[in-house]
Design a protein around this ligand. Structure first.
Ligand code: FES
Length: 376
């Protein structure tokens, strides 16, 4: 099944997985679903299989996530996904009229695609731009304050091969190209990120803060934003420095099958076919461990939460907790699936449950028999 995906997609999959701690790779599922959608235009059965294989999940687990979020499409989608907000605010301002007009003009209903494969139309719930209503998006870029005639103008231009400029944000790309960005890869088009500024309603809070002299202490608005390439370079440098600081360990030989020494290839490396080394920031603790350590740096003494957080009063001080032990116990109790069974559903557990159930049934029968005997 995975043969349907290109080498580029496999390499990108590996890059996405490498962004997460090794024992938390299943967190990469959301961007991976966008990635497979970027190749096929929707999350196909092959895409579900691919994600399950690279993450060691079963297909039911991947399918449960893919069918929960509306951004993952379950059937082939047009080049341009036109979403019209028909939620309360937009509806009051004419959103339903916009949707109905487009539906009639294009000859398609909700979640349907025009015969030429250009446009897929959908109703959308609140698109978080109520102050610009009624709004519609094309591949998640906003067209604010639309009416039936401007909306029809946008779709006609798209079908004629044009690229109307959204009101805000970067210039339009196809849905597949947008899925690459949603998977966490930069928009590589020249100057694309410099397109379109935020709308005035979005900036209103900023203007008020400036007017009243409200600012975040120590924040420099001119702090440069690092590009991904710069961030990757710094992460690789930090990782190399951390490796160099470690005590030397015996070097194990590798072979052409992709096995390094006695270590097996990770599921991600095996599925993506890549042998390139992982580049990951050195701090690869799980979020739970990091949060626990932040709350209790010495794991001996409870520390209060951030100012403003209400900490429930305790009558006795909490006992010492070891975040790492708690994490290890949690992981041991929740083994990853990947063998077709639901996570944690081990044969041992099933046997134990069955034994306990039959023991308690026997107990109940014996008690009933005793009671019946006593009555006699
Ligand atoms: S109701 Fe349409 S964006 Fe919120």
């Amino acid at each position: 099944m995975t043969t349907t995906f290109t080498d580029e997609t496999r390499e990108r999959a590996r890059e996405i997985i490498a962004r997460y701690p090794a024992d938390r790779s299943r967190s990469a599922l959301l961007p991976l679903l966008h990635l497979v959608q970027s190749e096929e235009g929707y999350v196909s059965p092959a895409g579900v299989t691919f994600c399950a294989e690279v993450l060691g999940l079963n297909k039911a687990q991947v399918g449960a996530v893919a069918t929960f979020y509306t951004m993952y499409k379950r059937k082939p989608t047009g080049d341009f996904l036109v979403s019209v907000c028909t939620n309360t605010m937009c509806n009051v301002l004419g959103g339903q009229e916009v949707y109905d007009t487009l539906s009639e003009h294009l000859g398609v209903g909700h979640d349907e695609t025009t015969a030429d494969g250009t446009i897929t139309l959908e109703h959308a719930e609140c698109l978080a731009a109520c102050d610009y209503g009624p709004v519609m998006t094309v591949n998640y870029d906003f067209f604010d304050g639309v009416d039936p005639s401007t909306a029809v103008g946008v779709v006609d231009e798209l079908r004629a091969g044009g690229r109307p400029m959204p009101t805000r944000g970067a210039r339009l790309c196809t849905l597949k190209e947008m899925a690459v960005q949603l998977a966490g890869f930069a928009d590589e088009r020249d100057g694309a990120v410099a397109d379109g500024g935020p709308g005035e309603a979005t900036l209103r809070g900023l203007r008020l803060a400036q007017e009243h002299g409200v600012s975040v202490p120590g924040f420099d608005p001119n702090t440069p934003i690092r590009s991904k390439a710069e961030a990757d370079k710094e992460a690789a440098k930090a990782k190399a420095a951390a490796e160099a600081a470690k005590p030397a360990t015996p070097v194990q030989s590798g072979d052409a099958t992709g096995k390094a020494g006695t270590g097996e290839r990770t599921p991600a490396a095996a599925a993506t076919g890549s042998t390139a080394p992982d580049v990951k920031a050195p701090d690869d603790k799980s979020p739970q461990v990091r949060a626990a350590e932040t709350r209790q740096p010495d794991a001996e003494t409870a520390v209060p939460d951030a100012p403003g957080t209400k900490v429930p009063a305790e009558t006795s001080p909490p006992g010492p907790r070891d975040a790492r032990k708690a994490e290890a116990a949690g992981v041991a109790a929740n083994e990853p699936a990947g063998d077709g069974k639901p996570a944690g559903d081990s044969t041992d557990a099933q046997e134990r449950n069955l034994t306990e159930a039959s023991a308690s049934a026997d107990g109940a029968n014996n008690a009933a028999a005793t009671e019946t005997g006593a009555q006699k």
